[in-house]
Design a protein around this ligand. Structure first.
Ligand SMILES: NC(=O)c1ccc[n+]([C@@H]2O[C@H](COP(=O)([O-])OP(=O)(O)OC[C@H]3O[C@@H](n4cnc5c(N)ncnc54)[C@H](O)[C@@H]3O)[C@@H](O)[C@H]2O)c1
Length: 318
């Protein structure tokens, strides 16, 4: 598995170990931390774009399936430095796919993103909704899907592309998201530094005027990787490539999230309403029927549990 020292990857590692799998993590620790990888897994420190390291790792450990999570993920940075994103998210994924096929790896689970959809003008985005990414980040995730789809069609590899929506929460405080890029940690940072939470636009065509998103607990995200790998192993003649939305299928507005954060943290949540950010869709909520039907997976955790567990992590980091 790649990226297992990161926020989502560290949760996936634990879920796979709990299910009895042997796990090897290839991670360059650029945003990940070695202490997030449990002792029961093997950590190889290396870059997924480094063909020698990838080849050696896949062969030495006789890898049967790859969960490919390592990537760059900052939308703004991808606009400023697109080549960094093409290098890590596209070129490195090509190296990994090449080496996986050459070594006869059977399954490949790819971390994609709802950012592949861009600004869809529908209430519920399903996997057939046209993909029109608005940033190099979203584009590179879509290219990753296309590459893995085409490789799957041409070889024996079987691929699941998982388009995560807004991932939040943590299994334990130590595993919480160290980045402050998403709404919940951003609000924690504002609150604990004495600022009011900022709301970027309250004039969207949504019930309360603020943007609506689909929040999904990282523990549920981890679980769907295990379900996906199990399904690939159980049905060797199934489709070569499938794509799934990974969300709750329910939208929460920014003001609704702030309400929950207020209830959990006890902070005054009177927001500061500022202008819209360019490129923010009014509403993006995933239709999740397909993953439920095919993998028997659906989300178990509620928004409040995500906020509570993320807040426990935030407090622990001081
Ligand atoms: N966090 C979210 O809300 C979200 C939403 C949609 C999709 N995703 C996708 O999920 C994946 C993981 O996200 P995350 O939030 O855990 O990010 P993260 O930054 O915490 O984890 C990424 C991991 O990959 C490693 N890595 C990065 N580049 C590497 C390289 N070239 N070689 C080896 N290792 C490398 C990092 O060290 C880190 O451990 C990414 O692919 C991201 O695009 C995340």
């Amino acid at each position: 598995m790649t990226g297992g020292a990161g926020y989502i990857g560290a949760h996936v590692v634990r879920t796979l170990l709990d299910g009895g799998d042997d796990v090897v993590v290839l991670d360059d620790l650029s945003t990940g931390r070695a202490d997030r990888v449990p002792q029961a897994a093997t950590l190889v420190k290396g870059d997924i774009g480094d063909r020698d390291v990838v080849r050696r790792t896949v062969r030495e450990f006789a890898v049967a399936g790859i969960v490919h999570i390592a990537a760059k993920k900052q939308v703004g940075e991808s606009v400023e430095q697109p080549m960094l994103y093409y290098r890590d998210n596209v070129v490195a994924t090509q190296v990994l796919l090449d080496e996986a096929v050459a070594a006869g790896v059977g399954s490949f689970v790819f971390s994609s993103s709802a950012a592949t959809y861009g600004m869809p003008d529908v209430d519920l985005v399903d996997e057939d909704t046209p993909t029109r990414p608005l940033s190099p980040y979203g584009t590179t995730k879509l290219v990753g899907e296309w590459m893995s789809r085409d490789v799957a069609e041409a070889t024996g590899l079987r691929v699941l592309a998982l388009r995560y929506f807004n991932v939040a929460g943590a299994a334990t405080p130590e595993l919480s998201d160290p980045a402050t890029l998403n709404l919940i940690p951003l609000v924690f940072r504002e609150l604990t530094s004495g600022s009011r939470p900022k709301v970027f636009g309250a004039d969207y065509p949504t019930p309360d005027g603020t943007c609506v998103r689909d929040y999904i607990d990282v523990r549920d995200v981890a679980e769907v990787h295990a379900a996906g790998l199990r399904q690939l192993a159980a049905d060797p003649d199934g489709p070569r490539f499938r794509v799934y939305n990974i969300g709750r299928g329910e939208g929460s507005s920014v003001l609704e999230v702030l309400d929950v954060i207020g209830a959990v943290t006890g902070f005054d949540m009177t927001p500061e309403i500022v202008g819209r950010r360019p490129g923010d869709p009014a509403r993006i909520v995933g239709g999740v029927e397909r993953v439920k039907r095919d993998l028997g997976w659906s989300a178990r955790y509620e928004l409040r549990e995500m906020v509570e567990s993320a807040w426990a992590g935030w407090q622990q980091r001081g």
